[in-house]
Design a protein around this ligand. Structure first.
Ligand code: WQD
Length: 347
């Protein structure tokens, strides 16, 4: 039987890839997105790649209870994947109240609307940043949370409020997925990461260097206690993250569970640069500069719990992540803004 999945933030980097995977596997998809940090063009491309349209698309804010009520009135929603959120760590320190309002507020309105409409399955977009500054590696889900900025705290608050709601309403079930560092893009080159302004994250920055928009990649610190002195992260292909959400939808149904989405493989900044250069045959000038405030030396997932529970694991390697990310950047040097008409998905 066809399932209808509501995807909030479906136009974003991870949301758009997840919509493709859901459509390709036969789910009907309804999207709510205000496009505060995404392009309607991404949703047009989702439909083009999947070869089927979204069932419906609503441009608006998840905190708008009237809008959400209308969506649940019009569609028989079976499950919800909640991506819509603000996600820039530095910005969250500058405008913390906005982060709590958007991230926690939207989750509260969503849960209320779900319960009112007897929708009881939620997959929530969480983050490895809730583990905070830790020397322990790899990181398992039992590691105590210790978020160090408003963004990470907002995700931790959301996990807790979902857990509290699941305790109070036993029919409600949820899975929170703590992503490590999603990179890569759809292999068609039609979907990818398109940050506004100067990229904060290493891969989008590296890609803009590769395409000639920036002269060099600054590497933040080479005096960390790692193999080559640069920070180590657990990069995971965005399509693996998307596939992890399909697995979560198959398994959600037992109160509240939390899983890491990572590969368990650590890669340093310089290793990432080298992998990109070798895979894509594009030189990346780098300059070592001082450490960035708040960075930890090593953040690598222990990915075993989700594998034990669902038999699921990430399958794409670093070369694939680099190749696919480059394909998107090459074909869309200025991101979605530089591509043909962004007229909207047209429903
Ligand atoms: C990776 C490494 C930098 C930029 C962030 C969020 C986290 C999660 C993923 C959402 C670090 C170095 C970076 C640059 C560099 N997002 N770097 N030059 O900090 O691991 O995680 O994104 O949930 O919450 O905090 O990712 O890509 O910013 O940095 O040398 O221009 O690359 O110092 O070592 P991070 P990142």
């Amino acid at each position: 039987m066809t399932r209808t999945v509501l995807v909030t933030g479906g136009g974003g980097f991870i949301g758009s890839h997840t919509c493709v995977e859901l459509l390709r596997h036969g789910d009907d998809v309804v999207v709510v997105d205000d496009h505060s940090n995404s392009s309607p063009l991404a949703l047009e491309r989702v439909a083009a790649i999947a070869g089927r349209p979204l069932t419906a698309y609503y441009r608006g804010d998840v905190r708008n209870a009237d809008l959400l009520g209308t969506v649940f009135d019009r569609h028989r929603i079976d499950a919800v994947i909640h991506f819509a959120a603000k996600k820039a760590v530095g910005e969250s320190v500058d405008i913390p109240l906005e982060y709590y309002d958007v991230n926690v507020g939207a989750t509260t309105v969503l849960l209320r609307t779900m319960l009112r409409n007897d929708v009881h399955r939620l997959v929530f977009s969480s983050s490895c940043s809730i583990y905070g500054q830790t020397d322990r590696t790899p990181l398992g889900e039992a590691e105590p949370a210790s978020p160090t900025n408003p963004y990470a705290r907002s995700k931790w608050f959301c996990e807790n409020l979902i857990a509290d709601a699941c305790r109070r309403y036993p029919e409600l079930t949820a899975v929170a997925l703590r992503y490590f560092n999603p990179i890569g893009a759809h292999p068609t080159g039609l979907l990818g990461e398109d940050p506004t302004g100067v990229p904060n994250n290493v891969m989008p920055f590296l890609l803009q260097v590769a395409v000639g928009r920036r002269p060099e990649l600054q590497v933040f610190g080479d005096d960390y206690p790692t193999e080559d002195g640069t920070c180590v992260r657990d990069y995971i292909h965005v399509l693996d993250v998307a596939d992890g959400h399909r697995a979560a939808l198959r398994h959600v149904g037992a109160d509240f569970e939390v899983f890491n989405l990572g590969t368990g493989v650590g890669t340093s900044v310089l290793q990432l640069v080298r992998a990109f250069e070798e895979t894509c045959d594009v030189p990346i000038p780098v300059r070592i500069v001082g450490r960035r405030a708040g960075d930890v030396a090593r953040l690598v997932a222990d990915p075993r719990a989700v594998r034990a529970a669902w038999g699921w694991r990430a399958t794409r390697d670093l070369a694939t992540m680099c190749r696919d990310a480059w394909q998107f950047q090459r074909l869309n040097p200025s991101g979605y803004a530089g591509a043909a008409t962004a007229s909207g998905p047209g429903w």
